[in-house]
Design a protein around this ligand. Sequence first.
Ligand SMILES: [Zn+2]
Length: 433
Amino acid sequence: MYDILFEHATVVCCDESMQVLEDTCVGVKDGKIAYLGKERADAARKINASGKVLMPGLINTHTHIPMTLMRGLSDDTDLQDWLQNHIFPTEDRLDDGIVKAGVDLALLEMIANGTTSFSDSYFFMQTVAESVHKSGLKANLARSVTNFGQEVKLLDFYSTREEVELYDTWHKAEDGRILVDAAIHAEYTTSESLWRELRAFALEKNLVLQVHLSETRREHEECIEKYGKTPARLFYDAGVFDVKTLAAHCVHVTDEDLALFVEKGVSVAHNPMSNLKLASGIARVPEMLKRGINVGLGTDGVASNNNVDLFEEIKLCACLHKGVSGDPCAMSAAQALRCATYGGAKAQGREHECGTIALGMDADLILVDFSAPHLIPCHNPISNLVYAARGSDVCMTMVRGNILYENGVFLTLDAERILHDFKTNGTDRLFSS
Ligand SMILES: [Zn+2]
């Protein structure tokens, strides 16, 4: 007997062939996908998924969720002005209580929009991990480290020590639902002694390493001026890419950089909305995919997006690369959807547990209601998911067979209290003076 059986579902598997199975049953048992086929079977609960699409949960490969506190704080400015005059001064006033308020709001938003796993690098990560733990979501969490040229010894430098503490407390918590990654903030905020320390730590513990890479032209060119190398070449030569790396943005990378990604198996987190909003540019994703580089999608922090609705990124990813190349075949709907699911799972080192619908995979599933006017008719479910659906069409979010959200109701988090606390413990305190 299954714990849950979805009946009459249109199943978008997001496997290699992007199979779509019509009128199909999916059985969930002990948190896993235990059945996929036409036969009905006994289940503790049956969910009639007629008129709905069942697909793998979306995976956000690059975000900084406490930044919900800064949603709409400063728009329409360039990256340097935005960071130096708006974001950094606000971040200086953060504390655990304020961050918790921001994190919990972000978790509600992600769950309601069909995200089941995300990669995050920021600070106050113990607080982030505690809330993720309660929420039921999966996450790869990293203490983002900057050292600005200071000498770093792993256990003697405060932020790398926090990373080690995060690892000791949370890595593989809940049987791997929470994983701890390492994170070098970016080339322009760090230096060699930090790369050496985090590289050794990540290799020893077999962690993924998150890094911002060649996000802006200025960052890319100043690195060449300073070192005579691109950021990717610099990290490659320092051995950083010996670690399983997830590089965010990669907007200004060269052909040679892409060859290094191929050689080292670097995954890219593509953040089309954030890159457009901050006028950073457009990553050459079709070229990356052609070369076999794994690409996941990310929203980046809410201060530069301004939401964590991955459906927006999927549509943008599918359309943007057509527009800049003049080729409507540059990026297909299926490719964009695969990036948001399997590509994300692979970037997180989770491709054997989630990102596709197949027997034995974790039941990290979402149901999308296709009865809304903007989703009728449905000639092709993948087309509707990519070009017509929105995050708000998600009517159920499940991680490891555990339903986190159903028909507007949050089952693991107290939405009413979170919304109240966001103001009183979050924005009221952060912006009071
Ligand atoms: Zn970022």
